[in-house]
Structure formats: structure tokens, C-alpha cells
Design a protein around this ligand. Structure first.
Ligand code: TYM
Length: 334
């Protein structure tokens, strides 16, 4: 079993990333320790180039996100690095650009959302983004990829690329990577709009809880989050049609590591005036220790940078044989 996943280095890590992906990453380290195999987690700084990030923001965000991952519990059992330090990702990406089809990329919902109506003006990088993501995964011959639900389509594309490459070149090089999607928090929604996912790119900071937020900010964001005037029912299924209420109960259950049905039974018959303060207390109790560790790590950014450099060396060593095999399969003289 080889586990690989990444996070784009723009803005701050938020509760959606934490509950949807990072907590799974931390848990995978234990599983891997028992079962053997490697966990590779990386900061997708090359992917960040496809967004409107300034050089300074990109440099800061890479270190800050790495520190956040360490604060959340990623440790030396995993290989933590930034993508751009391992050139094999970009090299395999170029080879896989010959395998991926325009039609596949045209169907990607993230491309459609981000390019909007101005496709002619969108960058080529935004279009080929999922091919780099496929290379990130395939260059390690990953078997499992822990991600939130929004990445499912990109994972399917990686599987299509792997299958076509293996078939076209008559090799058995790339295993088909399985997405591991969190059951508790596949898709955490915005605190301002139950129809939109919690996202780094939402212009409203009130829409998300950042892992760097202080206790008062966390509590204020939950207090002001969109909800409704109805009481909570005694069944989680009865929240269908109440997206904001469902999201807040889902967040509670994920933070408490309890079943949503057990949470709803506890609060049945109560309104959000009672539920929100309980959620705020819970969120603070889970997130404050992560934030405190993060602040200490940010006091020594160069140590975080050094840790990423060490991780990159380990990652490059694992990527090199696959890259070489892919180069040879297509006939490159390497
Ligand atoms: P990114 O940076 O948008 O998100 C990082 C991880 O957090 C998950 N996530 C969420 N989960 C639940 N609810 C949410 N609201 C939410 N928002 C984000 C994402 O699903 C993801 O698992 N393209 C990727 C980064 C990437 C990658 C890869 C991932 C690059 N190469 C290779 C896996 C394998 C991205 O932008 O994730």
C-alpha cells in the first residue's frame, strides 16, 4: 500500500481540508506503520501557480501550510515535501500530456468552474492541472489517495490516464489508484451558504474556519454562520432540504468523531441558539491545540523548510525508478 496526497498552497488550511483530508492523512500514518508501505504528502506549489498567487504569497503559503500539516499531526513516519522540489512530477506530467485527451480535460468540473465563460483567456496550466495531479499520484505508483469528495473526478482522470498509458505502451507500470474519501466529512460546506463547499478561494473569510483562527474568531464565525429558525429533528435524514443545518451537524459529528445520528438525538428539539455555542466550544477544543502547535512551528520557518528539503530527497528516490520506466516505455533515451 502506498498512500499519496497533496494540498494546493494558496491561502490558509481550513476546516474542510482538515476534516475532509488531513485527519485521514494523520490516521494513515498509523495504518502504514503497522502494515508497511509509505505515506507521501506534499504541498502542491506547482498547482498553485495556476491561481492568481503572488510570489511572496506562494513562498509564505508553502511554509505555513507545511507547518499546519505538522501541527495537525503529520510526522516523520510520512514523507512531507513540496512538489516543485521533486522534478519527477513535472517530467512525468509532460509524458502523460501525450496520454490524456482534450475531451477528458474538457469535462472536468473544476476546469469549467474556474475558467468560467472566459475559456480563451484561461491559462493552459489551469486546463492541464489534472494531468499534473495524475503525475503526482502515478509517479509513486500510489495505490491509495485520501481526498475530499471534490477531488473524485480528478482521481478518475488519473485512473483513465494510468489505464491508457499501460495499454498504449503494453506495460503494467501504473496501478489504478483508489480514492479514500472521508465518510464523516466528504464535503464540508461554506458557513455562509449551504450550497457551496468551504473553500480557500471564497472571498468571504466568514465562510470558513481557518486552522490559524483564534478562539474568539472561531466562535464568532460559528455564531454568525447561516442556519435556520427551525428546531433540530430527532433524525439526521430529516435534515434533507436544510443544507446549512445539515452542514453544522455534520461538522459537529466529524469534530466529535461521533455518528451524525447520535449528535442529532442529543440536540433534538433544540434550536441553533443552543446548538451553536456547543459547536463553538467543541471546535475550539479540537482546533486550539493544533493552532498553538502551529504558532510555535512558525517561530522557526527555516526548520520547516529544512524538513521539506529532507522529505523531497526521500520522495525523489521513490519517484526516480517509475519515471525512468515511463521514459523507457515511450522510447526516450535516458
Ligand atoms: P485542495 O488544496 O483544494 O484541498 C486539499 C484536500 O482537502 C479536501 N477538501 C475538502 N474536503 C471536504 N470538504 C471541503 N470543503 C474541502 N475542501 C477541500 C480536498 O478534497 C483535498 O483532498 N488538486 C488538489 C491538490 C492535489 C492533489 C494531488 C490531491 C494536487 N495533486 C494529488 C491528491 C493527489 C487540491 O486542489 O486540493
Amino acid at each position: 500500500m502506498r498512500v499519496v496526497s497533496g494540498i494546493q498552497t494558496t491561502g490558509n488550511l481550513h476546516l474542510g481540508n482538515y476534516l475532509g483530508a488531513i485527519r485521514q492523512w494523520v490516521a494513515m500514518q498509523d495504518t502504514q506503520e503497522k502494515n508497511g508501505g509509505e505515506c507521501l504528502f506534499f504541498l502542491a506549489d506547482l498547482h498553485a501557480l495556476t491561481s492568481n498567487v503572488t510570489p511572496q504569497e506562494l513562498a509564505n503559503s508553502t511554509i505555513e501550510m507545511a507547518a499546519t500539516l505538522l501541527a495537525a499531526g503529520i510526522d516523520d513516519r510520512a514523507i512531507l515535501f513540496n512538489q516543485s522540489r521533486v522534478p519527477a512530477h513535472s517530467e512525468l506530467c509532460w509524458i502523460l500530456q501525450g496520454t490524456a485527451r482534450m475531451g477528458w480535460l474538457n469535462r472536468m468540473t473544476q476546469w469549467k468552474d474556474k475558467a468560467g465563460k472566459n475559456r480563451e483567456g484561461a491559462s493552459v496550466g489551469l486546463f492541464t492541472y489534472p494531468v499534473l495531479q495524475a503525475a503526482d499520484i502515478l509517479v509513486y505508483r500510489a495505490t491509495h489517495v485520501p481526498v475530499g469528495e471534490d477531488q473524485k473526478q480528478h482521481l478518475e482522470l488519473a485512473r483513465d490516464v494510468a489505464t491508457k498509458f499501460n495499454t498504449d505502451f503494453g506495460v503494467d507500470l501504473f496501478p489504478l489508484p483508489e480514492p479514500l474519501i472521508s465518510k464523516a466529512a466528504p464535503r464540508i460546506m461554506s458557513l455562509r451558504d449551504g450550497g457551496a463547499k468551504m473553500s480557500k478561494s471564497d472571498p468571504s473569510d466568514m465562510s470558513r474556519i481557518n486552522l490559524i483562527d483564534d478562539d474568539d474568531t472561531i466562535a464568532a464565525k460559528i455564531r454568525k454562520s447561516k442556519s435556520d429558525a427551525d428546531l433540530l429533528p430527532d433524525s439526521f435524514d430529516a435534515l434533507a432540504g436544510r443544507p446549512e443545518a445539515k452542514n453544522l451537524v455534520t461538522i459537529y459529528a466529524a469534530l466529535a468523531e461521533r455518528e451524525p445520528q447520535a449528535v442529532i438525538e442529543e440536540f433534538a428539539g433544540q434550536g441553533f441558539g443552543a446548538f451553536k455555542p456547543a459547536l463553538a466550544d467543541l471546535a475550539v477544543s479540537v482546533l486550539a491545540p493544533v493552532r498553538d502547535r502551529l504558532k510555535r512551528l512558525l517561530d522557526d520557518r527555516s526548520a520547516v523548510g529544512a524538513q521539506l528539503a529532507r522529505g523531497a530527497e526521500r520522495a525523489q528516490a521513490l519517484a526516480a525508478p517509475t519515471l525512468k520506466a515511463a521514459q523507457q516505455a515511450v522510447g526516450l533515451q535516458v
